[in-house]
Ligand binder design. Structure first.
Ligand code: HEM
Length: 400
């Protein structure tokens, strides 16, 4: 039912804390020494490379596993009362996990890290009024330098781990307060009354132990054969082409190519984030907690939303690119590349919702779920395009 994803995420958190503490003994957070300390770790410290590989793999794996866990929670309706607050805590944890990864990205001080942080933080310039100040505060200056490394190191090794150390036990305590996990049931059964509860010991413990061993074995195996990336030392005077943000921000970087920056960086991400926070508090017709995809119809509609999102996002990106190269769109400004496409997006979502309700007679739960699927899939497709299908000059190209 849970696919052990929360447990797997927890194992990765433990691995990260363990290996992170070991890395602290060697790493030096100063621009002239950081890179060399990583090279030294890789080449001269016993098990140094393996430790770094495990840390890198667990960090990236955690984002993916946490996202899959979010999807599991969503599609089993485990955000309904009494688990609403725990959904919000989960989002806070996810934000801390992503920011931990982001702040760790810079620490090796190699070319890819330096320029990924430069491009990501330069996106903040587009946020009106506060953007430049936030960027300067984060960077400890106007561009990445010694102050940035000290700031990122403090966030990475003190502030964010502390947030996780407080939020994670709270997350687990809230599960207990909700009298355990949501109980799987069919559409016809009433919530909370079907089936007998299973004992934690041995059922849950055996499953969690199996998951722990599986995660540890997988991470160790990959870490033995796959090295965490390290390019040449950062050169602030020479940017690689293309310069890409870390993979989990590529969806936003891709949006930047289609929308006015204020909308790509601020309006759309904030709207989506707010939407995610509101999910447990929307008005639903039924309590579908414990039923995968709300119902049979919900499953079919979600599948269609998934297919439609893939097709339309790809078509929009390719179509937009062709229009841009044939100069069909005038000079970018907040109206024609900002407000107009944003309102078109809102229109498509509203139209889709009405279609589901009126034509397919979906209930609220099913329609909201299909909309969630549509937006999530579109964001994932944008992320994939940004990672694999953008080459030199961020031109579209076939995989690479
Ligand atoms: C590092 C990240 C996270 C860790 C380690 C974690 C851990 C866990 C664990 C161990 C469970 C119980 C078992 C399971 O579902 O596998 C759980 C349940 C839950 N998690 Fe998370 N979680 C994380 C992130 C999130 C996120 C991002 C969300 C959603 C926004 C979330 C929302 C929930 C909810 C609502 C439950 C209760 C589910 C139920 O009753 O079935 N968690 N989490």
């Amino acid at each position: 039912m849970t696919w052990g994803l929360g447990g797997a995420a927890l194992v990765l958190v433990f691995l990260l804390f363990g290996t992170g503490l070991m890395l602290k003994f060697v790493y030096e957070p100063f621009p002239d020494r950081a890179y060399d300390s990583i090279v030294y770790l890789n080449n001269h410290v016993p098990f140094g490379l393996l430790t770094r590989n495990i840390h890198w793999l667990s960090a990236n794996g955690l984002i993916m596993v946490a996202l899959l866990h979010l999807l599991r929670v969503y599609y089993t309706g485990a955000f309904h009362a009494p688990r609403q607050v725990n959904w919000l805590i989960g989002l806070l944890i996810l934000a801390a996990v992503v920011l931990s990864n982001f702040s760790g990205y810079l620490l090796p001080w190699d070319q890819v890290a330096y320029w990924a942080i430069t491009i990501s933080t330069s996106m903040l310039d587009y946020i009106p009024i506060a953007g430049a100040a936030i960027k300067e505060w984060m960077l400890g200056g106007t561009e990445p330098g010694p102050g940035t490394l000290v700031n990122f190191y403090a966030f990475h090794t003190a502030i964010l781990p502390t947030i996780l150390l407080i939020a994670l036990p709270y997350h687990f305590w809230k599960i207990r307060k909700a009298r355990g996990l949501v109980i799987p049931r069919s559409e016809e059964e009433q919530p909370g009354v079907n089936g007998a509860l299973v004992d934690t010991m041995p059922h849950l413990i055996i499953r969690e132990a199996a998951m722990t061993i599986l995660v540890l074995a997988t991470v160790l195996l990959i870490a033995m054969f796959f090295n965490a990336p390290l390019t040449e030392q950062a050169n602030p005077g020479l940017s690689p082409n293309p310069t890409k943000a870390p993979w989990y921000f590529m969806g936003i970087q891709e949006m930047l190519m289609h929308f006015h920056p204020v909308f790509a960086i601020l309006v759309i991400p904030l709207t989506l984030l707010l939407g995610l926070c509101c999910i447990p508090y929307l008005r639903y017709e039924t309590d579908s907690s414990g039923v995968w995809f709300v119902s049979g119809k919900g499953r079919v509609l979600a599948l269609w939303a998934f297919i439609i999102a893939i097709a339309t996002t790809i078509a929009a990106v390719v179509g937009g690119e062709m229009m841009a190269s044939s100069q069909a769109i005038g000079p970018p400004d907040a109206i024609n590349t900002g407000l107009v496409p944003f309102m078109a997006l809102v229109g498509v979502c509203t139209g889709f919702y009405i279609l589901l309700k009126k034509v397919f007679k979906a209930n609220n739960n099913e329609a909201i779920q299909a909309l969630f699927t549509l937006l999530m899939t579109a964001f994932v497709v944008l992320t994939c395009i940004g990672i694999w299908f953008r080459g030199t000059g961020m031109q579209l190209m076939w995989a690479g």
